[in-house]
Design a protein. Structure first.
Length: 466
């Protein structure tokens, strides 16, 4: 009877005493190394049992090398840089465009060192907010005060909680068609319930008039709310009620007005081709008492912001939830750096990536597409690479957003399928994410930064080399 090969399995202690594994233990936590040792031994044992022919166990040195590779492969970061060639600026898989260089540098300093700001501008209030961040937000929006929360969800909950504390058991009147969802966790009815606020819906899904708000106002009314549709639209609907109408009603009945903008600009983006983007200062100027907005459209770090009257920000700061929802210092540092750039709009749209991507002219993209097509076409895995007009967008279909005219490079591969080419590009470093359309791979330059052009060409060449 042939001897059982599993009896030759090295012991865990024998492997841990090998020089290669000792070197790993010096760099990685022993618990992680021990778990990997056991996992590799189990895998090899399973391979031995299922082998069609008799095999001998790997040597201790061979096993140690396999374990070492596994440990360090597992120690690699879970995320890697990617080039977004989908044409969608806010892609659900890829997230938001990168921050401006100044914001990244500020975030690194705040995260990697103790920090001391230059005098009173760096002091923090009772909720941990930076004075300079609030000052910048006040200057850019025209609001009396501002508060930064860790997310748009947190900002909305804080605002509604402050309202609930002042008017317990009363209602917030909001248009039925505006109870939209932004992302997986942003639904107005659920956030209102979490904050202890009752909603009274008015108007029809496709029709809203000032009278709808007026008829709903009673002694139980605590506030009036409007939610900007942002990237959501109801085709064929009509909305006759404006923010000015609602503010007028609020003033007449002494009710505060909440305007939830979602992603919004800190200056008018219409001259740069984004006329649909709401502008925070316009809501403040129209008389809204609390304006809620997110970071996406102006290119800041992930956060939610409340620009409001001083009395409301004071109430929010006194909330026991304010401290729990405040962003960490690196976020505030990156936000301050971004806001300083926005003080000069002509510079901001050139150096803040999301604004740069959204406002680049179609002619500029055409020139880049023609140049890149010639370079990409030289790769052995490419049969044809040609520039073509196309459109990009802020948000993915079927969500309706601003359409941005642009150009792409259409690639017909050679010796490899479109699916295989797309998979190979996604597995590279950096990953390249494009769109497979029938027998072509489309690289939409609307969401590709100019500094990524060289890496894009090199990624195609790397597929050919592999």
């Amino acid at each position: 009877m042939a001897p059982n090969p599993l009896r030759s399995i090295p012991s865990v202690n024998e492997l841990l005493e090998s020089p290669a594994i000792k070197a790993v233990v010096d760099r990685i936590h022993p618990g992680a190394v021990m778990a990997t040792v056991r996992s590799v031994l189990d895998e090899v044992a399973a391979e031995m049992r299922s082998a069609a022919v008799e095999r001998t166990w790997p040597s201790v040195s061979e096993l140690a090398e396999r374990i070492s590779r596994r440990v360090f492969d597992g120690d690699a970061p879970d995320v890697k840089p990617a080039i977004n060639a989908t044409g969608v600026l806010f892609h659900p898989e890829l997230g938001c465009p990168p921050l401006a260089d100044d914001a990244v540098k500020a975030m690194v300093v705040a995260a990697g060192e103790y920090t001391l700001g230059p005098g009173p501008g760096a002091q923090r209030d009772s909720a941990g907010q930076s004075d300079c961040v609030e000052r910048l937000l006040k200057n850019l929006t025209g609001a009396e005060a501002a508060f930064v929360a860790v997310s748009d969800v947190a900002a909305t909950v804080l605002a509604l909680t402050a309202l609930a504390a002042l008017a317990a058991g009363r209602e917030v009147i909001v248009a039925r068609a505006q109870l939209i969802q932004r992302g997986d966790h942003y639904r107005w009815p659920e956030l209102a319930a979490a904050a202890g606020v009752a909603l009274r819906e008015v108007g029809a899904v496709n029709h809203l008039l000032p009278e709808d708000y007026a008829r709903a106002i009673t002694d139980r009314s605590a506030a009036l709310a409007m939610v900007h549709p942002g990237s959501v639209a109801i085709v064929g609907g009509t909305a006759g009620a404006t923010l000015e109408d609602v503010v007028s009603l609020g003033r007449h009945h002494a009710l505060p007005v909440i305007h939830d903008l979602g992603p919004a600009g800190l200056f008018d983006l219409a001259p740069f081709g984004l006329a649909a983007a709401p502008v925070v200062s316009e809501s403040i100027a129209a008389g809204a008492d609390l304006v809620l907005f997110g970071h996406e459209m102006f290119g800041g770090p992930a956060c939610g912001i409340i620009a409001s009257r001083q009395t409301w920000v004071d109430r929010i700061r006194r909330s026991p939830m304010a401290g729990a929802f405040q962003p960490p210092p690196p976020t505030l540092a990156a936000l301050a750096a971004t806001l300083r750039l926005i003080e000069t709009p002509e510079k901001a749209h050139r150096v803040i990536p999301v604004l740069q991507l959204a406002t680049t002219s179609a002619e500029n993209l055409k020139n880049r597409a023609e140049r890149l097509a010639a370079q990409i076409g030289a790769a052995s895995t490419v049969e044809i690479a040609e520039p073509a007009p196309t459109a990009g967008s802020l948000y993915p279909a079927p969500v309706i957003g601003a359409e941005l005219p642009g150009w792409c490079v259409r690639i017909k591969p050679s010796g490899i399928s479109v699916v295989r080419l797309a998979e190979a590009l996604r597995s590279g470093a950096p990953a390249v994410v494009g769109l497979a359309e029938q027998d072509h791979l489309v690289l939409n330059l609307r969401s590709v930064l100019p500094r990524q052009d060289t890496a894009l060409v090199e990624a195609i060449g790397a597929v050919a080399a592999r």
